[in-house]
Design a protein around this ligand. Structure first.
Ligand code: MRU
Length: 339
């Protein structure tokens, strides 16, 4: 396969490499993701993360394995294992469904390779369209708030919500971005802060619990988040903590936007209740671990609840900013996301 490089994925020497998102920003380590076992382990550990990126990494690896001569049956098995790597982001399943079609072709190695590269190119284009549609909604002088990481690290392109923010910044409309640190895994404090710094976008890092008081003080003009899955009724699964922001935004009369490619839409999910929510390990809550070391502060036997995502009801969302344009609450209520 041709050489390819995005912010956090690389195809070089016919092998897949990933930028370790658990080590960022302290270290920029590129790790081998040459086998299904390696990639699944990276996905579990969130070294590769973000809804679009996990789907793209799995698709590229399948194509590379096909080029290395894996049989159709072995590839089908690999596809099934990759499909089950994380349950909430539907982009993984959507991308692999397309790869499954390619696997049926006579020359399946060539078909898988072409399809994986098409998915990467499409994702770049989807991000650019979202950024264009979303940035038109950002008023001059805005202070925006974002949660988790939705940038170039999480996609093949400029990102979703963060792509909107970067485009609005280039238009001179962003005064400041409040970056939620995003406990427990700190995607905001580590990754979004790093990306915004690299892009030269002015930002201020906050602990998640500080968002409410900023809204009460009138310091937040709009909230922009990404999505892992959008149900047919418009409910949105995204990083844990998104729902609290939406409730707060509603109370304070602040617009709350969800930016995502149409590949995040799951028309088969009737509502958010049907979206599977990943539960993660207790160790992420009893302490914190990273390239800086690890520390545990809670009692070793503390009972822990650690869902990776929550569901924001459609009623709290001001607009779904997709690559196809801005979808309004009225359009969602009229069934635009229905099968
Ligand atoms: O657990 P993560 O870090 O993969 O969660 C990521 C998110 O929740 C993002 O907001 C979402 O995947 C959109 S990324 C463009």
């Amino acid at each position: 396969m041709q050489t390819l490089r995005t912010t956090s994925l690389e195809v070089r020497d016919n092998q897949l490499w990933i930028l370790d998102q658990q080590a960022l920003p302290q270290q920029q380590n590129w790790l081998a993701a040459h086998t299904v076992a390696q990639l699944v382990e990276h996905i579990h550990a969130l070294r590769v993360r973000g809804a679009p990126l996990i789907g793209l990494s799995a698709s590229l690896l399948l194509a590379l394995l096909a080029e290395q001569g894996l049989s159709r049956a072995a590839l089908a098995e690999a596809l099934a294992v990759l499909r089950a790597a994380r349950p909430t982001a539907v982009n993984l399943m959507n991308n692999l469904d397309r790869m499954k079609q390619a696997l049926q072709q006579a020359d399946y190695a060539a078909a898988l390779s072409a399809e994986a590269l098409r998915l990467v190119d499409e994702d770049k284009a989807l991000c650019a369209s979202i950024a264009r549609a979303g940035s038109a909604l950002v008023k001059p002088g805005s202070q925006l708030l974002t949660h988790c990481n939705t940038g170039g690290l999480a996609t093949a392109g400029v990102g979703t919500a963060l792509g909107v923010i970067a485009a609005a910044h280039r238009q001179g409309h962003v005064r400041n971005v409040w970056v939620d640190e995003t406990r427990p895994l700190l995607q905001g404090g580590r990754l979004t802060a790093w990306e915004l710094g690299e892009l030269g976008v002015p930002y201020t890092l906050i602990a998640d619990a500080m968002a409410a008081s900023l809204m009460a003080r009138g310091e937040v003009d709009a909230i922009w988040v990404g999505a892992d899955r959008i149900a047919a009724n418009g409910d949105v699964a995204n990083k844990i903590g998104t729902y609290s922001l939406a409730v707060l935004a509603h109370y304070h009369g602040i617009p709350f936007y969800v930016a995502a490619p149409h590949t995040t839409l799951d028309r088969q999910c009737v509502s958010g209740d049907d979206i599977p929510i990943e539960q993660r390990s207790a160790a992420e809550i009893t302490g914190v671990a990273g390239s800086f070391g690890s520390v545990q502060w809670a009692p070793a036997n503390a009972a822990v609840y650690n869902p990776a995502f929550d569901v924001t009801p459609a009623a709290l969302i001001s607009g779904w900013v997709l690559d196809t344009g801005v979808v309004t609450p009225e359009q969602v209520a009229a069934g635009i996301f229905q099968p």
